[in-house]
Design a binder for this molecule. Structure first.
Ligand code: BES
Ligand code: ZN
Length: 463
Protein backbone atom coordinates (compact mmCIF):
# COMPACT_ATOMS: atom_id res chain seq x y z
CA UNK A 1 0.00 0.00 0.00
CA UNK A 2 1.38 3.48 -0.85
CA UNK A 3 3.09 5.02 2.14
CA UNK A 4 0.57 7.69 3.16
CA UNK A 5 -2.58 5.64 2.53
CA UNK A 6 -2.98 4.12 6.01
CA UNK A 7 -3.01 7.50 7.75
CA UNK A 8 -5.20 9.05 5.04
CA UNK A 9 -7.69 6.19 5.35
CA UNK A 10 -7.76 6.25 9.12
CA UNK A 11 -8.35 10.01 9.18
CA UNK A 12 -10.64 10.26 6.16
CA UNK A 13 -13.78 11.07 8.17
CA UNK A 14 -12.02 13.27 10.69
CA UNK A 15 -10.53 15.42 7.90
CA UNK A 16 -14.09 15.98 6.71
CA UNK A 17 -15.48 16.77 10.14
CA UNK A 18 -12.63 19.24 10.73
CA UNK A 19 -13.36 20.84 7.38
CA UNK A 20 -17.05 21.18 8.24
CA UNK A 21 -16.22 22.68 11.63
CA UNK A 22 -14.06 25.28 9.93
CA UNK A 23 -16.65 26.06 7.25
CA UNK A 24 -19.24 26.66 9.96
CA UNK A 25 -17.34 29.78 11.05
CA UNK A 26 -18.71 32.76 9.12
CA UNK A 27 -15.39 34.46 8.28
CA UNK A 28 -16.90 37.22 6.13
CA UNK A 29 -13.92 39.54 5.99
CA UNK A 30 -15.67 42.50 4.35
CA UNK A 31 -18.41 42.87 6.97
CA UNK A 32 -17.33 44.18 10.39
CA UNK A 33 -20.45 42.58 11.93
CA UNK A 34 -18.52 39.30 11.54
CA UNK A 35 -15.23 40.41 13.11
CA UNK A 36 -15.70 37.93 15.97
CA UNK A 37 -16.19 35.01 13.58
CA UNK A 38 -13.20 36.09 11.49
CA UNK A 39 -11.01 36.12 14.59
CA UNK A 40 -12.38 32.73 15.67
CA UNK A 41 -11.47 31.32 12.25
CA UNK A 42 -7.91 32.64 12.49
CA UNK A 43 -7.61 31.20 16.02
CA UNK A 44 -8.90 27.81 14.87
CA UNK A 45 -6.21 27.68 12.18
CA UNK A 46 -3.45 28.85 14.52
CA UNK A 47 -4.46 26.06 16.92
CA UNK A 48 -4.21 23.50 14.11
CA UNK A 49 -0.68 24.67 13.30
CA UNK A 50 0.36 24.61 16.95
CA UNK A 51 -1.08 21.09 17.22
CA UNK A 52 1.26 20.01 14.42
CA UNK A 53 4.22 21.32 16.42
CA UNK A 54 4.84 24.21 14.01
CA UNK A 55 6.17 27.52 15.29
CA UNK A 56 2.97 29.58 14.98
CA UNK A 57 2.23 33.30 15.13
CA UNK A 58 -0.92 35.36 14.76
CA UNK A 59 0.33 38.57 13.18
CA UNK A 60 -1.86 41.60 13.84
CA UNK A 61 -2.32 44.01 10.93
CA UNK A 62 -4.38 47.12 10.19
CA UNK A 63 -7.22 44.67 9.40
CA UNK A 64 -7.71 40.97 10.03
CA UNK A 65 -4.73 39.01 11.33
CA UNK A 66 -2.35 36.89 9.29
CA UNK A 67 -1.78 33.36 10.53
CA UNK A 68 1.84 32.37 10.10
CA UNK A 69 3.45 29.00 10.86
CA UNK A 70 6.75 27.39 10.00
CA UNK A 71 8.54 24.07 10.32
CA UNK A 72 12.30 23.82 10.92
CA UNK A 73 14.80 24.71 8.20
CA UNK A 74 16.18 21.68 6.35
CA UNK A 75 19.73 22.32 5.18
CA UNK A 76 20.21 21.73 1.47
CA UNK A 77 16.47 21.38 0.77
CA UNK A 78 14.07 24.00 -0.62
CA UNK A 79 11.81 26.13 1.55
CA UNK A 80 8.17 26.30 0.45
CA UNK A 81 5.82 29.20 1.19
CA UNK A 82 2.20 28.06 1.26
CA UNK A 83 -0.30 30.91 0.88
CA UNK A 84 -4.08 30.79 1.27
CA UNK A 85 -6.95 32.83 2.67
CA UNK A 86 -9.38 32.08 5.50
CA UNK A 87 -11.80 34.92 4.75
CA UNK A 88 -14.83 34.32 2.54
CA UNK A 89 -17.11 36.39 0.32
CA UNK A 90 -20.45 37.58 1.75
CA UNK A 91 -23.06 34.86 1.09
CA UNK A 92 -25.91 37.00 -0.23
CA UNK A 93 -28.37 36.65 -1.83
CA UNK A 94 -29.26 34.17 0.91
CA UNK A 95 -32.58 33.11 -0.63
CA UNK A 96 -30.74 31.52 -3.55
CA UNK A 97 -28.90 28.98 -1.35
CA UNK A 98 -30.38 25.47 -1.22
CA UNK A 99 -28.87 25.00 2.25
CA UNK A 100 -27.59 27.71 4.63
CA UNK A 101 -24.11 29.01 3.65
CA UNK A 102 -22.56 28.35 7.05
CA UNK A 103 -24.14 24.93 7.62
CA UNK A 104 -21.93 22.69 5.45
CA UNK A 105 -24.21 20.18 3.74
CA UNK A 106 -23.12 17.20 1.63
CA UNK A 107 -25.07 16.49 -1.55
CA UNK A 108 -23.89 14.21 -4.32
CA UNK A 109 -20.36 13.92 -2.88
CA UNK A 110 -19.89 17.67 -2.65
CA UNK A 111 -19.86 19.91 0.39
CA UNK A 112 -21.95 23.06 -0.05
CA UNK A 113 -20.90 26.05 2.06
CA UNK A 114 -19.44 29.54 1.64
CA UNK A 115 -15.65 29.10 1.54
CA UNK A 116 -15.86 25.40 0.56
CA UNK A 117 -13.67 25.94 -2.50
CA UNK A 118 -12.60 29.61 -2.08
CA UNK A 119 -10.42 29.12 -0.20
CA UNK A 120 -10.88 27.41 3.16
CA UNK A 121 -11.50 23.93 1.72
CA UNK A 122 -8.61 24.07 -0.72
CA UNK A 123 -6.15 25.73 1.64
CA UNK A 124 -6.74 23.29 4.49
CA UNK A 125 -5.68 20.34 2.29
CA UNK A 126 -2.08 21.49 2.81
CA UNK A 127 -2.53 21.54 6.57
CA UNK A 128 -3.79 17.95 6.45
CA UNK A 129 -1.08 17.07 3.92
CA UNK A 130 1.59 18.28 6.32
CA UNK A 131 -0.14 16.48 9.20
CA UNK A 132 -0.21 13.21 7.27
CA UNK A 133 3.44 13.57 6.32
CA UNK A 134 4.51 14.30 9.89
CA UNK A 135 2.47 11.46 11.40
CA UNK A 136 3.70 9.00 8.79
CA UNK A 137 7.33 9.96 8.46
CA UNK A 138 8.06 11.93 11.65
CA UNK A 139 9.64 14.96 9.94
CA UNK A 140 9.21 17.06 6.80
CA UNK A 141 11.83 16.85 4.02
CA UNK A 142 11.52 20.58 3.20
CA UNK A 143 10.90 23.63 5.31
CA UNK A 144 7.30 24.83 5.01
CA UNK A 145 6.14 28.35 5.85
CA UNK A 146 2.38 28.94 5.91
CA UNK A 147 1.16 32.49 5.34
CA UNK A 148 -2.63 32.63 5.51
CA UNK A 149 -4.49 35.93 5.26
CA UNK A 150 -7.97 37.11 6.24
CA UNK A 151 -8.50 39.91 3.72
CA UNK A 152 -8.04 38.39 0.29
CA UNK A 153 -11.63 39.11 -0.65
CA UNK A 154 -11.44 42.70 0.58
CA UNK A 155 -8.26 44.05 -0.91
CA UNK A 156 -5.53 42.44 1.22
CA UNK A 157 -4.41 45.64 2.98
CA UNK A 158 -3.03 43.73 5.99
CA UNK A 159 -0.90 41.43 3.86
CA UNK A 160 0.36 44.38 1.80
CA UNK A 161 1.46 46.14 4.97
CA UNK A 162 3.16 42.97 6.18
CA UNK A 163 4.99 42.53 2.87
CA UNK A 164 6.07 46.19 3.11
CA UNK A 165 7.66 45.36 6.45
CA UNK A 166 5.17 47.26 8.59
CA UNK A 167 4.28 44.73 11.28
CA UNK A 168 7.20 42.52 12.24
CA UNK A 169 10.25 44.48 13.21
CA UNK A 170 12.31 41.63 14.62
CA UNK A 171 13.07 39.88 11.34
CA UNK A 172 12.83 41.71 7.99
CA UNK A 173 9.91 40.30 6.03
CA UNK A 174 12.10 39.16 3.12
CA UNK A 175 14.08 37.09 5.62
CA UNK A 176 11.07 35.80 7.55
CA UNK A 177 9.14 34.42 4.61
CA UNK A 178 12.18 33.75 2.40
CA UNK A 179 11.43 30.69 0.29
CA UNK A 180 12.41 29.02 -2.97
CA UNK A 181 8.89 28.52 -4.26
CA UNK A 182 5.35 29.45 -3.25
CA UNK A 183 2.34 27.13 -3.41
CA UNK A 184 -1.27 28.30 -3.70
CA UNK A 185 -4.38 26.15 -4.01
CA UNK A 186 -7.03 28.77 -4.78
CA UNK A 187 -8.03 28.00 -8.37
CA UNK A 188 -9.52 25.19 -10.43
CA UNK A 189 -8.84 21.93 -12.23
CA UNK A 190 -9.53 21.84 -15.96
CA UNK A 191 -12.61 19.64 -15.48
CA UNK A 192 -13.78 16.82 -13.19
CA UNK A 193 -11.17 14.06 -13.36
CA UNK A 194 -8.76 16.42 -15.15
CA UNK A 195 -6.44 17.98 -12.59
CA UNK A 196 -4.42 20.96 -13.73
CA UNK A 197 -1.52 23.21 -12.94
CA UNK A 198 -2.38 26.85 -13.66
CA UNK A 199 0.55 28.68 -15.27
CA UNK A 200 -1.11 32.00 -16.01
CA UNK A 201 -3.64 34.30 -14.33
CA UNK A 202 -5.18 37.55 -15.46
CA UNK A 203 -4.52 40.87 -13.79
CA UNK A 204 -7.20 43.37 -12.94
CA UNK A 205 -7.93 47.08 -12.71
CA UNK A 206 -11.11 48.00 -10.81
CA UNK A 207 -13.07 51.29 -10.67
CA UNK A 208 -16.11 53.09 -9.40
CA UNK A 209 -17.53 55.86 -11.57
CA UNK A 210 -19.78 58.41 -9.81
CA UNK A 211 -21.79 60.89 -11.90
CA UNK A 212 -23.67 63.84 -10.46
CA UNK A 213 -26.08 66.08 -12.36
CA UNK A 214 -28.69 68.49 -10.96
CA UNK A 215 -28.68 69.34 -7.24
CA UNK A 216 -31.71 67.06 -6.56
CA UNK A 217 -33.87 64.38 -8.19
CA UNK A 218 -36.22 66.05 -10.70
CA UNK A 219 -39.60 65.40 -12.31
CA UNK A 220 -38.67 63.85 -15.66
CA UNK A 221 -41.57 65.56 -17.38
CA UNK A 222 -41.00 69.05 -16.05
CA UNK A 223 -37.23 68.92 -16.45
CA UNK A 224 -36.52 66.11 -18.96
CA UNK A 225 -34.89 67.26 -22.18
CA UNK A 226 -33.41 70.34 -20.54
CA UNK A 227 -30.59 68.93 -18.40
CA UNK A 228 -28.12 66.03 -18.74
CA UNK A 229 -29.47 62.89 -17.03
CA UNK A 230 -26.62 61.17 -15.07
CA UNK A 231 -28.16 57.72 -15.70
CA UNK A 232 -28.37 58.32 -19.47
CA UNK A 233 -24.81 59.62 -19.48
CA UNK A 234 -23.59 56.65 -17.41
CA UNK A 235 -25.05 54.20 -19.95
CA UNK A 236 -23.44 56.11 -22.81
CA UNK A 237 -20.03 56.33 -21.15
CA UNK A 238 -19.97 52.64 -20.20
CA UNK A 239 -21.20 51.60 -23.64
CA UNK A 240 -18.33 53.54 -25.24
CA UNK A 241 -15.76 51.41 -23.40
CA UNK A 242 -16.29 48.31 -25.54
CA UNK A 243 -17.36 47.97 -29.20
CA UNK A 244 -19.69 45.40 -30.71
CA UNK A 245 -16.71 43.21 -31.68
CA UNK A 246 -15.86 42.91 -27.98
CA UNK A 247 -12.79 45.17 -28.32
CA UNK A 248 -12.06 47.43 -25.38
CA UNK A 249 -11.93 51.04 -26.60
CA UNK A 250 -9.60 52.57 -24.00
CA UNK A 251 -6.82 54.19 -26.10
CA UNK A 252 -3.65 52.11 -26.09
CA UNK A 253 -5.36 49.24 -24.24
CA UNK A 254 -3.99 46.55 -26.59
CA UNK A 255 -0.61 48.17 -27.31
CA UNK A 256 1.41 45.98 -24.95
CA UNK A 257 -0.83 42.89 -24.86
CA UNK A 258 1.22 39.73 -25.11
CA UNK A 259 -0.34 37.90 -28.06
CA UNK A 260 -0.89 34.17 -27.83
CA UNK A 261 1.77 32.17 -29.64
CA UNK A 262 0.68 29.69 -32.29
CA UNK A 263 1.98 26.94 -29.99
CA UNK A 264 -0.19 28.07 -27.09
CA UNK A 265 -3.26 28.36 -29.32
CA UNK A 266 -2.67 24.80 -30.47
CA UNK A 267 -2.25 23.60 -26.88
CA UNK A 268 -5.52 25.27 -25.84
CA UNK A 269 -7.27 23.69 -28.83
CA UNK A 270 -6.00 20.23 -27.85
CA UNK A 271 -7.88 20.42 -24.55
CA UNK A 272 -11.08 19.79 -26.48
CA UNK A 273 -13.16 22.59 -24.93
CA UNK A 274 -16.81 22.38 -25.98
CA UNK A 275 -18.70 25.63 -26.58
CA UNK A 276 -21.97 23.70 -26.61
CA UNK A 277 -21.42 22.18 -23.17
CA UNK A 278 -20.33 25.57 -21.85
CA UNK A 279 -23.49 27.22 -23.20
CA UNK A 280 -25.62 24.47 -21.77
CA UNK A 281 -24.00 24.74 -18.35
CA UNK A 282 -24.65 28.49 -18.26
CA UNK A 283 -28.17 28.27 -19.66
CA UNK A 284 -27.29 30.35 -22.74
CA UNK A 285 -28.14 30.05 -26.42
CA UNK A 286 -25.13 32.08 -27.53
CA UNK A 287 -21.69 33.14 -26.30
CA UNK A 288 -20.15 36.59 -26.73
CA UNK A 289 -16.76 38.27 -26.62
CA UNK A 290 -13.86 39.50 -28.68
CA UNK A 291 -14.08 38.43 -32.31
CA UNK A 292 -11.29 36.24 -33.68
CA UNK A 293 -10.57 34.22 -30.54
CA UNK A 294 -11.91 30.92 -29.23
CA UNK A 295 -13.79 30.77 -25.95
CA UNK A 296 -10.79 29.37 -24.07
CA UNK A 297 -8.51 32.03 -25.57
CA UNK A 298 -10.90 34.77 -24.48
CA UNK A 299 -11.31 33.28 -21.02
CA UNK A 300 -7.64 32.69 -20.31
CA UNK A 301 -5.58 35.06 -22.40
CA UNK A 302 -7.52 38.06 -23.72
CA UNK A 303 -8.22 41.23 -21.74
CA UNK A 304 -11.84 42.07 -21.00
CA UNK A 305 -14.14 44.82 -19.71
CA UNK A 306 -17.11 44.10 -17.44
CA UNK A 307 -19.58 46.21 -15.52
CA UNK A 308 -19.78 44.72 -12.02
CA UNK A 309 -22.70 46.79 -10.78
CA UNK A 310 -24.63 49.93 -11.67
CA UNK A 311 -27.31 52.02 -10.06
CA UNK A 312 -29.11 55.32 -10.21
CA UNK A 313 -32.71 56.49 -10.20
CA UNK A 314 -35.76 54.57 -9.09
CA UNK A 315 -35.39 50.80 -8.48
CA UNK A 316 -38.60 50.06 -6.58
CA UNK A 317 -41.88 48.55 -7.66
CA UNK A 318 -43.99 50.26 -10.30
CA UNK A 319 -42.99 53.41 -12.13
CA UNK A 320 -41.58 56.68 -10.86
CA UNK A 321 -40.95 59.41 -13.42
CA UNK A 322 -37.73 60.67 -11.99
CA UNK A 323 -34.66 62.26 -13.52
CA UNK A 324 -32.05 61.15 -10.99
CA UNK A 325 -29.45 63.53 -9.58
CA UNK A 326 -26.85 60.76 -9.39
CA UNK A 327 -25.83 57.53 -11.10
CA UNK A 328 -22.83 55.28 -10.54
CA UNK A 329 -21.21 52.04 -11.64
CA UNK A 330 -18.50 49.63 -10.59
CA UNK A 331 -16.54 48.11 -13.43
CA UNK A 332 -13.26 46.40 -14.09
CA UNK A 333 -10.93 45.18 -16.79
CA UNK A 334 -9.16 41.84 -16.56
CA UNK A 335 -5.65 42.28 -17.89
CA UNK A 336 -3.19 39.92 -19.54
CA UNK A 337 0.61 39.74 -19.26
CA UNK A 338 2.51 42.94 -20.19
CA UNK A 339 -0.51 45.23 -19.74
CA UNK A 340 0.21 47.85 -17.12
CA UNK A 341 -2.73 48.59 -14.77
CA UNK A 342 -1.40 52.14 -14.15
CA UNK A 343 -1.27 52.90 -17.89
CA UNK A 344 -4.82 51.64 -18.33
CA UNK A 345 -5.96 53.80 -15.43
CA UNK A 346 -4.44 56.98 -16.87
CA UNK A 347 -5.79 56.33 -20.36
CA UNK A 348 -9.25 55.37 -19.07
CA UNK A 349 -9.49 58.52 -16.94
CA UNK A 350 -8.66 60.73 -19.90
CA UNK A 351 -11.17 58.89 -22.11
CA UNK A 352 -14.00 59.23 -19.56
CA UNK A 353 -13.21 62.90 -18.94
CA UNK A 354 -13.46 63.52 -22.69
CA UNK A 355 -16.76 61.62 -22.82
CA UNK A 356 -18.33 63.35 -19.85
CA UNK A 357 -20.66 66.14 -21.11
CA UNK A 358 -21.16 69.59 -19.57
CA UNK A 359 -23.71 69.53 -16.77
CA UNK A 360 -22.34 66.29 -15.30
CA UNK A 361 -19.67 66.08 -12.66
CA UNK A 362 -17.62 62.92 -12.80
CA UNK A 363 -15.55 61.17 -10.14
CA UNK A 364 -13.50 58.09 -11.04
CA UNK A 365 -12.22 56.11 -8.06
CA UNK A 366 -9.51 53.52 -8.80
CA UNK A 367 -10.22 50.71 -6.32
CA UNK A 368 -7.41 48.22 -6.93
CA UNK A 369 -5.16 46.76 -9.57
CA UNK A 370 -2.62 44.06 -10.28
CA UNK A 371 -0.86 42.86 -13.44
CA UNK A 372 -1.42 39.48 -15.08
CA UNK A 373 1.35 36.94 -15.58
CA UNK A 374 2.42 33.62 -17.03
CA UNK A 375 4.87 31.33 -15.27
CA UNK A 376 7.65 29.38 -16.93
CA UNK A 377 6.60 25.81 -17.66
CA UNK A 378 10.04 24.30 -17.64
CA UNK A 379 11.00 24.55 -14.02
CA UNK A 380 11.83 21.60 -11.78
CA UNK A 381 9.08 22.82 -9.44
CA UNK A 382 6.45 22.41 -12.18
CA UNK A 383 7.72 18.87 -12.77
CA UNK A 384 7.67 18.11 -9.04
CA UNK A 385 4.09 19.39 -8.74
CA UNK A 386 3.07 17.38 -11.77
CA UNK A 387 4.42 14.14 -10.27
CA UNK A 388 2.74 14.88 -6.91
CA UNK A 389 -0.63 15.51 -8.57
CA UNK A 390 -0.29 12.34 -10.61
CA UNK A 391 0.14 10.40 -7.38
CA UNK A 392 -2.71 12.19 -5.62
CA UNK A 393 -5.24 12.14 -8.46
CA UNK A 394 -4.09 9.02 -10.32
CA UNK A 395 -3.70 10.98 -13.55
CA UNK A 396 -1.21 13.51 -14.94
CA UNK A 397 -2.29 17.17 -14.73
CA UNK A 398 -2.82 19.36 -17.79
CA UNK A 399 -1.41 22.90 -17.94
CA UNK A 400 -4.00 25.67 -18.05
CA UNK A 401 -4.37 29.41 -17.70
CA UNK A 402 -7.26 31.08 -15.91
CA UNK A 403 -9.22 34.32 -16.02
CA UNK A 404 -9.12 34.85 -12.25
CA UNK A 405 -6.63 37.01 -10.37
CA UNK A 406 -4.43 36.30 -7.35
CA UNK A 407 -2.46 39.53 -6.88
CA UNK A 408 -0.21 38.11 -4.15
CA UNK A 409 1.59 36.02 -6.80
CA UNK A 410 3.03 39.28 -8.17
CA UNK A 411 4.02 40.36 -4.67
CA UNK A 412 5.88 37.09 -4.07
CA UNK A 413 7.71 37.59 -7.32
CA UNK A 414 8.62 41.21 -6.47
CA UNK A 415 9.37 40.88 -2.76
CA UNK A 416 10.95 37.42 -2.72
CA UNK A 417 11.92 36.88 -6.35
CA UNK A 418 10.10 33.52 -6.44
CA UNK A 419 7.56 31.78 -8.65
CA UNK A 420 4.32 30.24 -7.45
CA UNK A 421 2.84 26.81 -8.11
CA UNK A 422 -0.89 27.31 -8.64
CA UNK A 423 -2.39 23.94 -7.79
CA UNK A 424 -6.16 24.23 -7.87
CA UNK A 425 -8.32 21.38 -6.59
CA UNK A 426 -11.63 23.15 -7.33
CA UNK A 427 -13.84 23.23 -10.44
CA UNK A 428 -14.88 26.27 -12.48
CA UNK A 429 -18.52 25.55 -11.67
CA UNK A 430 -17.93 25.50 -7.88
CA UNK A 431 -19.94 28.75 -7.57
CA UNK A 432 -17.22 30.73 -5.88
CA UNK A 433 -18.56 34.18 -4.95
CA UNK A 434 -22.10 32.89 -5.80
CA UNK A 435 -24.86 31.07 -3.95
CA UNK A 436 -24.38 27.30 -3.45
CA UNK A 437 -20.59 27.37 -3.37
CA UNK A 438 -19.32 23.78 -3.31
CA UNK A 439 -16.24 21.57 -3.31
CA UNK A 440 -16.01 17.90 -4.25
CA UNK A 441 -15.03 15.81 -1.23
CA UNK A 442 -13.23 13.35 -3.47
CA UNK A 443 -11.08 16.21 -4.74
CA UNK A 444 -10.58 17.41 -1.18
CA UNK A 445 -9.04 14.02 -0.30
CA UNK A 446 -7.03 13.87 -3.54
CA UNK A 447 -5.74 17.36 -2.75
CA UNK A 448 -4.56 16.18 0.67
CA UNK A 449 -2.83 13.20 -0.91
CA UNK A 450 -1.16 15.36 -3.59
CA UNK A 451 0.00 17.70 -0.85
CA UNK A 452 1.73 14.80 1.00
CA UNK A 453 3.66 13.88 -2.12
CA UNK A 454 4.43 17.46 -3.06
CA UNK A 455 6.82 17.92 -0.12
CA UNK A 456 8.70 14.77 -1.10
CA UNK A 457 8.90 15.73 -4.76
CA UNK A 458 10.07 19.27 -3.99
CA UNK A 459 12.71 17.86 -1.64
CA UNK A 460 14.37 16.20 -4.65
CA UNK A 461 15.18 19.63 -6.14
CA UNK A 462 18.67 20.89 -5.47
CA UNK A 463 19.00 24.42 -4.11
N1 BES B 1 -9.77 32.15 -5.92
C1 BES B 1 -9.97 33.39 -6.58
C2 BES B 1 -9.12 33.58 -7.82
C3 BES B 1 -9.41 32.62 -8.94
C4 BES B 1 -10.69 32.36 -9.32
C5 BES B 1 -8.37 32.03 -9.61
C6 BES B 1 -10.96 31.47 -10.35
C7 BES B 1 -8.61 31.17 -10.64
C8 BES B 1 -9.92 30.87 -11.00
C9 BES B 1 -9.65 34.54 -5.65
O1 BES B 1 -10.08 34.31 -4.36
C10 BES B 1 -10.39 35.74 -6.17
O2 BES B 1 -11.58 35.75 -6.22
N2 BES B 1 -9.65 36.76 -6.55
C11 BES B 1 -10.20 38.01 -6.99
C12 BES B 1 -9.07 39.00 -6.93
C13 BES B 1 -9.46 40.42 -7.06
C14 BES B 1 -10.45 40.86 -6.03
C15 BES B 1 -8.22 41.29 -7.00
C16 BES B 1 -10.76 37.90 -8.40
O3 BES B 1 -10.19 37.21 -9.25
O4 BES B 1 -11.80 38.52 -8.64
ZN1 ZN C 1 -12.25 34.64 -4.12
Amino acid sequence: MPEFDPYLKENHDRFESDLFEWLRMASIGTDSAYDKEVRQTADWLAKKFTGLGLHTETIETCGHPLVYAESPKIEGAPTVLVYGHYDVQPPDPLELWDSPPFEPTVRDGKVFARGATDDKGQMITHVFGVETFLKTRGALPVQIKFLIEGEEESGGAGLKGFLNGEYDNEIPVQEKIKADIAVISDCSQYAPGKPAITYGLKGITYYQLNLTGPNRDLHSGSFGGTVANPANVLCKMLAALVDDQGRVQIPGFYDSVQELSQREREQFAKLGFSDDEYKQELGLDALAGEAGYTTLERRWARPTFDVNGLWGGYQGEGAKTVLPAKAAAKFSCRLVPNQDPKFVQVSLRKMLEDLCPPGIEMELVAVHGAPGFVLSLDSPYMEAASRAIEKGFGTKPVFVRSGGSIPVVNSFSQVLGIDTLLLGWGQDDDNLHSPNEKFSLEDFHRGIKSSCYLWDEIAKIEV
